[in-house]
Ligand binder design. Structure first.
Ligand code: NCD
Ligand code: ZN
Length: 354
C-alpha cells in the first residue's frame, strides 16, 4: 500500500466476496457500480428460480457479461465469480461439474425461509446435504453460509448466535477440512467464533454492519432502507465487527451483500430486506476504517484476504480513494423504477478516484 499524502489511499484493486446482482433490467442498472470499484465479485445465486446447476450459473454469467458490455466494459474490468444455491437435493455430481467448469467458485447455503428468495433452501443440512458437503470438501470449494436459524420462536436478534451452536459446530465437526465462509457476520459471537475456530473458516463483513447499529432502523421512525438480513445488531456487536475487520486477520474480508430492491418494495407494508451499497461500497468501507484509525488495514481486508482464502491470485491493478466529501444520491434509476442507496443523502469523507 502507498499513501502518498494523507488525502490519498491507493490499494490493490479490491474484490467483493458477497454480491447480489439480480437479473434483467435490474442487473443492467447495478453491475456498472460494482465494476467501477471491484475486479471480481462472488455472485449470489438467489434468483427466482434460484441458480442450482452449473448450466444455470454459466448462463447467468453470460447475462452478467452482456450487461457489462452494455456499459462499455468487459472481463478485463470485472469478472463475475459464480455460485450455486444449495438445496436438499444438490448432488455430488453437480458439485464436481461446478468445480470442473472453472466458473463456479462456491456454493451458498440458505436455511429455508431465512431471507429473500430462500424458500428452496436447505431444511436439514447434515441430514440431507452430506453428499454435496463431502464433494465440496473434496474439491476444496467453499461453502458460503447464511448463518441464521429460522425457528420462529427464536428472536430475530439471536438467530446468528444460535446458528453457531446448532449448525456451524456440528457441520465443522463432520467436515473439518471443508472451507466455510460465515457470510455477512453481524455479532460478537460470529466474529469471535471465526477468529478462534480451527481449520479453514473465514467471514465477510458488510459496510452497514461496520457503520450502523440497530438504532439506524428506528431513528425518528421506521427506516426501511436500513433493514437487511441478518438485521443490524446492538452497538457492542458493531464494535466487535470493526475490531475483527481492522484486526489484520486474513479470516475477515470484504463482502458488501449489496442487495438492491426497488424503492416501492422497501417502502412497503412488508418491506424487502437488503441494502444497496454497490454504488459507494469502497467509500463506505473507507469511512468505517478511517473512523477506527485503521486505514492501513483496508487493503488486506478489501484486496488480499479474500483471494488467499479462495485460492485465487491477487488483482494486479489498483484503486485510489481520495479524501473529498461525497454526498450519496437520494435515489438511482433502477429499470422502470428507482433504488435508494444505503445512507442516501448523507455525506462521506472518501470517494473513489475516477
Ligand atoms: C438479500 C437479498 O435481498 O437477496 N437480502 C439481505 O437483506 N441481505 C439476501 C441475503 O443475503 O440474505
Ligand atoms: Zn446476501
Amino acid at each position: 500500500m502507498t499513501t502518498s499524502t494523507p488525502a490519498l489511499l491507493t490499494i490493490t484493486r479490491p474484490d467483493d466476496w458477497h454480491l447480489h446482482l439480480r437479473d434483467g433490467e435490474a442487473l443492467d442498472a447495478v453491475v456498472p457500480d460494482t465494476a467501477r470499484q471491484f475486479a471480481r465479485a462472488i455472485i449470489m445465486p438467489n434468483l427466482r428460480p434460484p441458480v442450482t446447476t452449473t448450466e444455470q450459473a454459466v448462463a447467468y454469467r453470460g447475462r452478467i457479461l452482456a450487461a457489462l458490455a452494455k456499459a462499455g466494459m468487459d472481463e478485463d474490468h470485472f469478472q463475475p465469480l459464480m455460485t450455486l444455491y444449495l438445496t436438499d437435493n444438490t448432488s455430488a455430481e453437480e458439485i464436481v461439474r461446478a468445480s470442473a467448469s472453472g466458473l463456479v467458485h462456491a456454493v451458498k447455503l440458505y436455511p429455508a425461509g431465512a431471507t429473500t428468495n430462500s424458500a428452496a433452501g436447505v431444511t436439514d443440512l447434515l441430514g440431507k446435504c452430506r453428499p454435496a458437503l463431502e464433494a465440496l470438501q473434496k474439491q476444496g470449494m467453499p461453502l458460503l453460509v447464511h448463518g441464521e436459524v429460522t425457528d420462529p420462536t427464536t428472536d430475530v436478534f439471536d438467530r446468528e448466535a444460535l446458528f453457531i451452536d446448532r449448525v456451524m459446530l456440528p457441520l465443522r465437526k463432520a467436515f473439518p477440512e471443508l472451507k466455510v465462509v460465515f457470510e455477512h457476520i453481524t455479532t460478537k459471537e460470529g466474529a469471535h467464533y471465526v477468529r478462534d475456530a480451527e481449520g479453514p473458516v473465514a467471514a465477510t463483513i458488510t459496510p452497514q454492519h461496520l457503520l450502523y447499529n440497530r438504532n439506524a432502523i428506528f431513528t425518528g421512525g421506521v427506516r426501511p432502507h436500513y433493514y437487511c438480513l441478518p438485521i443490524l445488531k446492538r452497538e457492542t456487536h458493531r464494535l466487535a465487527l470493526v475490531e475483527a475487520a481492522v484486526s489484520g486477520s486474513p479470516r475477515f474480508f470484504l463482502g458488501t451483500d449489496s442487495a438492491p430492491h426497488a424503492r416501492g418494495l422497501k417502502e412497503h407494508a412488508c418491506g424487502c430486506a437488503g441494502c444497496y451499497s454497490a454504488l459507494h461500497a469502497m467509500s463506505l468501507y473507507a469511512q468505517a476504517f478511517d473512523a477506527a484509525g485503521a486505514l492501513d488495514k483496508l487493503e488486506g481486508f478489501a484486496s488480499h484476504h479474500g483471494p488467499a482464502f479462495y485460492g485465487l491470485p491477487r488483482n494486479t491493478g489498483t484503486l485510489t480513494l481520495v479524501r473529498k466529501p461525497y454526498t450519496i444520491p437520494e435515489e438511482l434509476p433502477y429499470g422502470a423504477t428507482t433504488l435508494v442507496p444505503l445512507a442516501a443523502g448523507e455525506t462521506l469523507d472518501w470517494r473513489v478516484q475516477a
